[in-house]
Design a protein around this ligand. Sequence first.
Ligand code: ADP
Ligand code: MG
Length: 247
Amino acid sequence: MAILEITDLKKSFGPLEVLKNITFDVTKNDVVAVIGPSGSGKSTMLRSLVHLETIDGGSIRVADRYLVKNGAYAKPKELSSITARMGMVFQQFDLFPHLTVIENLELAPRLTKREPLDAIKRRSSELLAKVGLSDKSNAYPNKLSGGQKQRVAIARALMMNPDVLLFDEPTSALDPELTGEVLEVMKSLAEEHMTMIVVTHEMEFAKEVANQVIFMDNGHIIETGHPDQLFGNPQFDRTKAFLNRSN
Ligand code: ADP
Ligand code: MG
């Protein structure tokens, strides 16, 4: 069974239709790359999955529960436990500036109080090691490079043990020399079979790491397929035009 099932998603901002019947599935262990021109609705789609945007129609099923079914949202009490299955990493890191690295990681799990503190501490130090930042545990975000901040943001998202990790252009705000360290961390997560949806302009990353690529344009999914297919033999002129522009 798909861990995420997105059916006929619709979203408008006032008169502007931003998502028009977006439908796709994500299976456990998938790495889905979402590509497409600026303004095509990629961020809105991702934000809808974690209920940072409220959709106007369609369904989002996460594992065995519906966040929203035919436009009707789950009860308020259930919403946060459904969206908690997903972690999100934003373009702008969004770390809490007044908290140290380790405090950033531990804040959400401490607030939810679902597990003992020593378990939280064990996981935060494991995850910092995983992203190569054990030595930055007590640093404040403003002492970190952009690449380091984004690695902290990834570790923080992993603290809640999400079933799916969502990335919205995680390297777009970084100087080119810092993108590699973030992509490496993401690649190692993929190798450990983390289920991920990655909105990205990094075509090489999509080719190498994704097993499904979705091309969006103007609020539609134009084409979806394995990277070999979508990059090697795109079926639609709009896909071809976009890929030619991105090369
Ligand atoms: P992408 O991430 O593919 O660049 P977005 O999802 O950010 O696209 O935006 C899709 C469209 O929705 C754009 O036309 C954008 O201007 C518009 N949009 C996004 N967020 C809002 C908002 N909060 N209010 C009004 N329009 C918005
Ligand atoms: Mg965007």
